[in-house]
Design a protein. Structure first.
Length: 501
């Protein structure tokens, strides 16, 4: 479609897409005023996502009615993003030529759901409906991207409410247990990311062959036993899950390593077994103020990535940042294969086997579990995220084996060519930091309490800690947060308090 500007009856410009006008041909400003006021939006809204607002007549109206809200305009066409004018100064703009996918742009402009109590109620999508008639499918795709982002944000918010306190305790517990930290030097060789989907079993020989040729293997911790069964020790494992069951995957990984060095990239909010105290760990931070302040004071190396909700997405972030070469994906089913939910062997299978009885056999348990996973909808949310991420990284990502259909458009990597020996892919480890005494957690608590007790702690810090420590508790005070921090950490048994309290 070709856009052209024309003058409306009031003298203000309007725009035509073909023969269809995006704004009133008489008074576009009055039209926008009436349109926005008809919604009667809540004052709690902090972010407005505008779907193809055209020349942006609704932007000054929203700015006047909601001066504290952030306005984000998503354009179907680059035509509008190139126009100068007042609207561009009152909203952040995205268009196809921005260099980021729509999802990545929204992730950058809207903080994680953990940053505010009201969750998705703080974000509102506003459609400029005349653009639907003008742009059709392209408009619908843009709207779907925004809806997918909000759906994922809602899932993250629910996860924070359920796991926030556990993440917080894990962070300080891990600082008290872990002793060896390392960093990675980026390279240019190929990396293989392995999830624990059922299809992983079918490509183990290919992965083993590629690793022998020089490719680096980055495995979700739950995939390590299946890789070990195929004779593969990953160059790097990754763990981000805060649930207690995640420890069993890592314990199984230690057993499968059979004394060989196993390097781990892990969110410090993850559930890590105490056995990992003497193994080298690359900390992953979500970039939150409280995590960054503690790690900076302690001088601990880390890589910063946003929370994704699934370890496979974090693994992709890590691999893309550590190599300029191709990234191969395997075991990314994001679905069950009949009643088979994971590649075998799997670290949690023994618990179901122990519970099996004549009236509740292992087969029936697997059937119920597969149905529960499918009904949760989490796999669909993750697949939608990968769809947007892959669109922004075309050419670098390849598929090994039978992954989720969202990966079907990727080139196949089942017949890898001999890798270039001049560009080794193995992760190069920077010098680690050895902490012989578990004092890091004490220092981290002091950093956090100092931040809270400064004159006027930042609102961003309060918005981060409130939903984590007091979910559903509204706007907590500094005193409430300080008290809750000490209670949680003392309960965890890793902090003795300043001055021996």
């Amino acid at each position: 479609m070709t856009e052209r500007l024309a003058a409306a009856g009031s003298g203000l410009p309007t725009v035509f897409v073909g023969e269809k006008s995006l704004h009133s041909r008489y008074d576009p400003a009055a039209e926008a005023e009436k349109y926005i006021k008809a919604f009667n939006f809540s004052e709690k809204i902090r972010f407005f996502i505008l779907i193809e607002p055209g020349l942006g007549y609704i932007i000054p109206v929203l700015r006047r009615l909601f001066p504290q809200a952030k306005l984000i305009a998503l354009h179907v066409s680059d035509f509008f993003a190139r126009l100068p004018g007042e609207a561009a100064g009152n909203a952040v703009l995205w268009s196809p030529e921005s260099g980021l996918s729509c999802g990545e742009f929204l992730e950058r402009e809207i903080p994680d759901a953990a940053d505010f109590d009201s969750g998705i109620d703080a974000v509102k999508i506003i459609e400029w409906r005349p653009a639907l008639a003008a742009y059709g499918g392209a408009y619908k795709d843009l709207l779907e991207s925004a809806v997918t982002f909000i759906r994922r944000m809602d899932a993250n918010a629910r996860t924070v409410r359920g796991f926030g306190r556990r993440w917080f305790r894990n962070f300080f517990r891990n600082l008290g247990v872990l002793r060896v930290f390392f960093g990675l030097v980026p390279g240019s060789g190929p990396w293989i990311i392995t999830g624990a989907g059922p299809s992983l079993e079918g490509v183990l020989p290919v992965i083993a062959d590629m690793q022998r040729q020089g490719a680096a293997v980055l495995a979700a911790s739950s995939a390590v036993p299946a890789l070990a069964a195929g004779g593969i020790l990953p160059d790097l494992a990754i763990a981000t899950d805060g649930g207690g069951w995640a420890r069993f995957h890592l314990c199984e990984g230690i057993r499968c390593a059979s004394g060989r060095p196993l390097f781990l990239a892990a969110a410090l909010t993850a559930a890590l077994p105490c056995q990992w105290g003497d193994f080298p760990v690359l900390p992953l931070s979500d970039g939150s103020l409280w995590q960054e302040a503690a790690l900076e004071r302690l001088g601990i190396p880390r890589m910063v990535f946003p929370q994704r909700g699934t370890v496979a997405a974090s693994a992709l972030d890590l691999a893309l940042s550590c190599t300029k070469g191709d990234v191969f994906l395997a075991g990314m089913d994001l679905s069950s294969e009949d009643i088979k939910t994971h590649a075998r062997p799997y670290g949690l299978d023994r618990f179901q086997e122990e519970r099996a009885t004549r009236l509740d056999p292992r087969y029936s348990q697997a059937f119920v579990r597969a149905g529960q996973i499918s009904a949760s909808g989490s796999h669909r949310v993750y697949a939608e995220w990968f769809g947007g991420r892959l669109a922004a990284c075309s050419g670098r990502i390849r598929s090994l084996g039978k992954n989720n259909p969202v990966f079907d458009a990727l080139p196949s990597g089942e017949r890898p060519e001999i890798l270039d020996a001049a560009h080794p892919a193995r992760p190069r480890i920077e010098a680690g930091i050895l902490r012989k005494n578990p004092v890091a957690s004490d220092e981290a608590v002091r950093v956090l309490t100092d931040l809270l007790n400064t004159d006027g702690p930042s609102q961003a810090l309060l918005r981060e800690l409130g939903p984590l420590l007091l979910p559903g508790g509204g706007e907590p005070s500094v005193e409430q947060l300080s008290k809750e921090i000490k209670a949680l950490i003392l309960r965890q048994g890793v902090w003795k308090g300043a001055g021996g309290e």
